[in-house]
Design a protein around this ligand. Structure first.
Ligand code: ZN
Length: 211
């Protein structure tokens, strides 16, 4: 009796084996980079979404999507090294998250407490806390936004610097140039990496001249 071979079944098996091998490879790279940077390795989760890789400080986890898994090796190494770089910032990221939750809670709680504490049912009981909330948001939001953007940029540069340490500045720059062409990295990060690479090569040259 001839056994029936299902094409769909074979394809499923092939994809499963490929994904498992890719996942193992990613976990190995993450563990190696974490060891070099002196931190406990974050866990790795394969995400069904196509939003790109990200680090989740709350769970100390790196999420990797399928397009990232399919990247050529130098790009995959850069991306993972960058995410492990974020894992070294975990305490800072968690502190920032706690600060944001506290600020938003305080912003909402203040007018709510005023509303609850004032007696009567007059219009001012609602309008004054409401107006106070609107004024606080108008005054504070632009500053918060600017600071958040600056903070996020600083953390990205720091993660890039750690990726350059792990992969080598020249290799990191070449990988970032390809990622920039694909629209995955902005020009500012690329320029900072170019400067970093130039400094690293100047320092290497100076060292070899001194010998
Ligand atoms: Zn990042």
């Amino acid at each position: 009796m001839k056994a029936r071979i299902s094409t769909r079944g074979l394809l499923y098996d092939f994809v499963t084996v490929y994904m498992e091998a890719a996942e193992q490879h990613v976990m190995h790279l993450v563990a190696r980079y974490a060891a070099v940077l002196g931190i406990a390795p974050p866990t790795v989760r394969l995400a069904a979404s196509h939003n790109g890789p990200c680090y989740e400080p709350l769970f100390n986890r790196i999420e990797v999507d399928a397009p990232t898994l399919a990247l050529p090796e130098p790009l995959l190494c850069l991306v993972l090294a960058h995410e492990v770089g974020h894992a070294t910032q975990r305490s800072v990221l968690l502190f920032d998250l706690a600060k944001t939750v506290f600020r938003v809670t305080a912003l909402i709680a203040g007018p709510c407490i005023m509303f609850a504490a004032w007696p009567g049912e007059d219009l001012w009981r609602v309008s004054i806390p409401g107006a106070l909330f609107a004024i606080l948001v108008t005054l504070l939001f632009p500053t918060w936004r600017t600071r958040t953007v600056q903070r996020a940029k600083a953390l990205e540069f720091d993660a890039d610097a750690k990726a350059a340490t792990l992969c080598g500045a020249r290799i990191a720059l070449e990988a970032m140039e390809i990622m920039a062409k694909r629209g995955r990295i902005d020009a500012t990060r690329l320029n900072v990496m170019r400067e970093r690479c130039a400094h690293a090569e100047d320092a290497k040259e100076a060292k070899s001249t001194c010998r």
